[in-house]
Design a protein around this ligand. Structure first.
Ligand code: CUA
Length: 381
């Protein structure tokens, strides 16, 4: 017995320990991974309702069936001198019971599923004058957000006001992506040549929060690095964001480091990027619904950088635009550790090292060119 026990321990001990410890390891993953059950808006709430309804039904079925099984194993086990048990093969009552009960259960599941489908369907979208429309354009591998009513183009972070219906038109001029913000809304494919739409809303009281967005359809080597963030504003802070974003880029003082940066931008970057007031006019920002979903059309290859310094993320959500981390000290052009500490400097210095395969193929810039570009771009608030 002792030998059996210790041999058993040797075999099952590590497995049992792994099973017991796995929740610890898995909770560590949860820190930055949004959960579809941690909802912050009505659409995500409808979707998680379907999950909970099916989970409860499945739990009741599991406990019921396993309970009867365990009970029968003990209650009707073979005992000495027992005769043949009563045979009930073909009993109509049993046949009806195990046909009708699962049918009823599946109809309940169907009810919750269909109700969920109708709740989130495009047809159920409330149309009102306060709805904010955003065009989300999937690129390889970053997201562009265009606000047609305001003529604003931004990247990597989508600003929305709280407690307001958001209508999203989804476009791609390359491959299929999928737009997913787990805490706000489920996945919708972003298909070239076909514009899907979706709608959602962030609950009142979520202002100030950021929700992680993910590309949920394999779209190439950097698919996993095609992230974005949805930043919820109050109605007022959304309006002031809009007003700020509608301004042309600030012109740096002539002779300053930032002015040198602007010149380098004009020479090295304008074949892909645009800045309102430098190489693009506000009115000429292409309307992506007309231009960017046509593969032959010309639209900016890279993000519009007009208000780059106000953005939270760069490089398709791979790096933080670490201006707010430490009062902007990391990206202060006088920082001797600029290349080590400033994400923008790292990105401009070696875009292929940061995110292999991306479209940014600039020639190697000198440290002083990088310094000037950082000074210029981070100043574009
Ligand atoms: Cu875009 Cu995956």
């Amino acid at each position: 017995m002792r030998m059996f026990f210790s041999r058993g321990m040797k075999r099952w001990g590590p497995l049992a320990a792994a099973v017991l410890l796995s929740p610890l390891l898995l909770t560590a993953c949860g820190e930055n991974s949004p959960s579809i059950l941690n909802t912050a808006g009505p659409i995500a709430a409808h979707e998680s309702d379907v999950f909970w309804a099916i989970l409860w039904i499945a739990t009741i079925v599991f406990v019921g069936v396993e309970g009867m099984l365990v009970y029968s194993i003990f209650r009707f086990r073979e005992r000495p001198g027992m005769g043949t048990p009563r045979q009930n093969h073909g009993d109509l009552r049993f046949e009806l019971a195990w046909t009708i009960i699962p049918m009823v259960i599946l109809f309940v599941v169907l009810f919750y599923t269909i109700r969920g489908l109708f709740q989130v369907a495009p047809e159920a979208e409330p149309i009102s004058s306060s709805t904010v429309t955003v065009e989300a354009i999937g690129h390889q591998w970053w997201w562009e957000f265009y606000y047609p009513k305001y003529h604003i183009t931004t990247a990597d972070t989508m600003h929305i006001p709280e407690n307001t219906d958001i209508h999203v038109d989804l476009y791609s001029n390359n491959v299929i992506h999928s737009f997913w913000v787990p805490e706000l809304t489920g996945k919708t494919d972003v298909v070239p040549g076909h514009s899907n739409t979706k709608w959602f809303k962030a609950d009142a009281g979520t202002a100030g929060q950021d929700f992680l967005g993910i590309c949920a359809e394999y779209c190439g080597t950097q698919h996993g690095n095609m992230r974005f963030s949805v930043h919820v504003d109050t109605t007022d802070s959304f309006q002031s964001w809009i007003t700020a974003q509608q301004q042309a880029a600030v012109t740096p003082t002539s002779g300053s480091l930032a002015a040198q940066g602007e010149q380098i931008f004009s020479q090295e970057c304008t074949s892909c990027h645009g800045i309102v007031g430098v190489d693009i006019k506000s009115a000429s920002i292409p309307d992506p619904s007309v231009v960017c979903d046509a593969p032959s059309a010309s639209c900016l290859i890279g993000p519009n950088l007009t208000h780059f310094g106000s953005r939270q993320y760069i490089a398709g959500g791979v790096l933080t635009n670490n201006v707010s981390d430490d009062g902007g000290q990391a990206c202060n052009p006088n920082n001797p550790q600029l290349l080590q500490q400033c994400h923008l400097a790292q990105w401009i210095n070696d875009p292929q090292g940061v995110k292999p395969g991306n479209d940014m193929n600039i020639g190697q810039l000198t440290p002083s060119q990088i310094k000037a570009l950082v000074a210029y771009l981070e100043g574009l608030k």
